[in-house]
Design a protein. Structure first.
Length: 115
């Protein structure tokens, strides 16, 4: 099991860095630091909040949505801080710039934080 730590430069949007990683995200458990979510909040077109019930456990997740632009296709990222260390948020899925779903048995971990 490998771990990849990625630091997003302050002059870049985390969404662009995620797009650059591309298909390498497949099969990985992706976690975003709180500061990455703050940066995504600054660029998001829509954000919703939901509660999901899974068996006997309820957990909250947020959905970040960007409309299509000249720079990127419409993109949706679902995130939860359920079962994460404080300050980190697990990516449930990304659809748009890349397509990935949280794996049941991850091949590696990708941690993304701001510089």
């Amino acid at each position: 099991m490998s771990i990849l730590n990625i630091t997003v430069p302050h002059d870049k949007c985390p969404l662009d860095v995620i797009a650059e990683i591309g298909e390498d995200l497949n099969g990985a458990l992706i976690v975003l630091a709180d500061d990455v979510l703050q940066a995504l909040n600054a660029s998001v077109d829509w954000k919703t909040h939901s509660i999901k019930k899974n068996c006997c456990v309820c957990y909250e997740f947020e959905i970040y949505i960007w409309e299509a632009s000249e720079d990127r296709p419409a993109t949706t990222i679902k995130v939860t801080n359920h079962s994460c260390k404080a300050g980190w948020n697990r990516v449930i899925s990304i659809d748009g710039i890349v397509h990935t779903v949280e794996p049941y048995s991850p091949k590696r971990y990708i941690n993304i934080k701001m510089a």
